[in-house]
Design a protein around this ligand. Structure first.
Ligand code: TXA
Ligand code: MG
Length: 346
C-alpha cells in the first residue's frame, strides 16, 4: 500500500488538509496523526473493520482496548452510558489535554475498540491538528500510539514512517510532540478515581480537583494478574539495546559506579552508552545522548532518544535518574519497561 504523507501546522491546521485525512477515516481507512502526547494511529471508532486494520498494522494483541478521541465536549455523551460528576470536573479542568477517562461505554462502541470490556477510554487531545482531523472525520477516532507494538511510542512523523510506512493509508506530519509520554489513563468507574497509567496530568493535580485519587505505586503490572489497564501488562518501549536504569541520589557515587559498569561492558566488547539527565558530561561512555536536563524535557525526549540509541548501534544504554517530581512517575513507568525492570539502586 502507498502511504500518503502530508504536513500540517500543529497550531493553525489547514482545514483542506484536515479534510483529506478526515475523509480517509470516515471511509474506513487508517491515518497516523499527531497529538500533544505521541502520534496516534486512527480509525473510525464506529467501524469495526477499520479498527481491526489498526490492530493488524501495529501487530497489537486484540485484548488491548483503544482510546477513543473526540474533538469537542458534546461528542462525549453518545459514547458513554454514564457521565459522573468527576468526569465533568476532569473535562472542565484538564480537557482538551493529555488525559483519557475510562467510563462505562454506550452500545455505540464496538467490542473491537473496547476489547470486550464494558468501558471505554475517551480523550480530547489539545493538538489543534488532531482536533481538526477528528472534527473533519465526523466520527470519533479510535487511536493507539502509531508504533509497531513493543517499540517506543512515536513522537515524530519519522518514527511512524520507520514502523508503519506501506501499512497505513496516510501519515500526517505536524512536527515533534510537546509532551512526549502518552496520556494519563484515569478510571472513573470505581468509587475512588484511579490512575491506571501515569502521565503529564499527575495524581496530585487530579487530587486538587477530585479529592482522593488512587495512584498505585507499582508501576508495572505482573503478567499473572488481570490488569485493569490491559496495555500495561505487555513489554513495551524496548529499543534494541539493553537498558539499565541507575537510580541515584549522590552524583559522585553514581559516576564512580557507572564508570565501573561501563568499563566492564567495554571489556566484553559492547558499545556502552549513557542516556544523559544532564547532571554531568558522562564523557567516559562510548556515546552520550542528552535526553533532558529537567523532568519535563526528559519526558518529551524519552521515546525519541531510545530510538536514537538504536540508530547509533548502542549495545547497552545506562540511564541515570534522580528526580522525584510527579511527572517522573510517567517517565519511570515507561523507562522501567524499556529496561525490563533492570534497575540498579544506589
Ligand atoms: O496519549 C495517548 O493516550 C496516545 C495518543 C495517540 O492519544 N494513545 C495511546 O494509546 O497511548 P495506546 O493504545 O498506546 O494506549 C492506551 C492504553 C492502553 O494501556 C490500554 O490498555 C488502555 O489505555 N485502555 C484503553 N481503553 C481502556 C479501558 N476501557 N479500560 C482500561 N484501560 C484502557
Ligand atoms: Mg501504545
Amino acid at each position: 500500500m502507498n502511504t500518503e504523507k502530508i504536513f500540517m501546522d500543529a497550531k493553525n491546521p489547514d482545514i483542506g488538509d484536515a479534510e483529506k485525512a478526515g475523509k480517509i477515516l470516515r471511509n474506513g481507512g487508517i491515518v497516523a496523526f499527531p497529538t500533544e502526547t505521541v502520534y496516534g494511529l486512527g480509525a473510525s471508532a464506529f467501524d469495526e473493520d477499520a479498527v481491526k486494520k489498526v490492530f493488524e498494522a501495529k501487530g497489537r494483541p486484540n485484548d488491548n482496548p483503544l482510546i477513543v478521541h473526540i474533538a469537542d465536549f458534546d461528542d462525549i455523551k453518545p459514547l458513554v452510558s454514564d457521565l459522573p460528576q468527576a468526569a465533568e470536573k476532569v473535562m472542565k479542568n484538564f480537557m482538551p489535554g493529555p488525559i483519557s477517562m475510562v467510563l462505562k461505554k454506550s452500545s455505540l462502541i464496538p467490542n473491537a475498540v473496547s476489547a470486550g470490556l464494558d468501558t471505554v477510554a475517551v480523550r480530547m487531545p489539545e493538538n489543534a491538528a488532531a482536533r481538526a482531523i477528528i472534527r473533519a472525520a465526523g466520527v470519533p477516532v479510535a487511536a493507539p500510539s502509531a508504533n509497531t507494538s513493543g517499540k517506543p511510542s512515536p513522537t515524530e512523523a519519522k518514527h511512524v514512517i520507520a514502523d508503519l510506512d506501506g501499512k497505513i493509508d496516510m501519515i500526517v506530519d505536524a512536527g515533534a510532540c510537546s509532551v512526549g509520554v502518552e496520556s494519563t489513563v484515569l478510571d472513573l468507574t470505581s468509587d475512588i478515581p484511579t490512575v491506571l497509567r501515569p502521565g503529564k496530568i499527575t495524581a496530585p493535580m487530579l487530587e486538587r480537583v477530585l479529592g482522593k485519587v488512587n495512584a498505585p505505586d507499582s508501576i508495572t503490572t505482573p503478567d499473572s494478574e488481570t490488569p485493569k489497564c490491559p496495555g500495561m501488562k505487555y513489554k513495551h518501549y524496548a529499543p534494541k539495546a539493553r537498558v539499565v536504569i541507575i537510580e541515584y541520589t549522590k552524583l559522585e557515587t553514581m559516576t564512580e559506579e557507572l564508570k565501573k559498569l561501563i568499563w566492564a561492558e567495554q571489556r566484553s566488547g559492547a558499545m556502552a552508552a549513557v542516556m544523559s539527565d544532564g547532571a554531568c558530561d558522562y564523557s567516559f561512555a562510548d556515546a552520550v545522548l542528552l535526553c533532558g536536563s529537567s523532568p519535563d524535557e526528559y519526558a518529551k525526549n524519552l521515546f525519541k532518544t531510545l530510538r536514537d540509541f538504536d540508530e547509533i548501534g548502542a549495545d547497552v544504554v545506562f540511564a541515570p535518574l534522580c528526580w522525584t517530581s510527579p511527572v517522573m512517575s510517567a517517565v519511570r513507568n515507561r523507562i522501567y519497561k524499556a529496561a525490563a525492570n533492570n534497575i540498579i539502586r544506589l
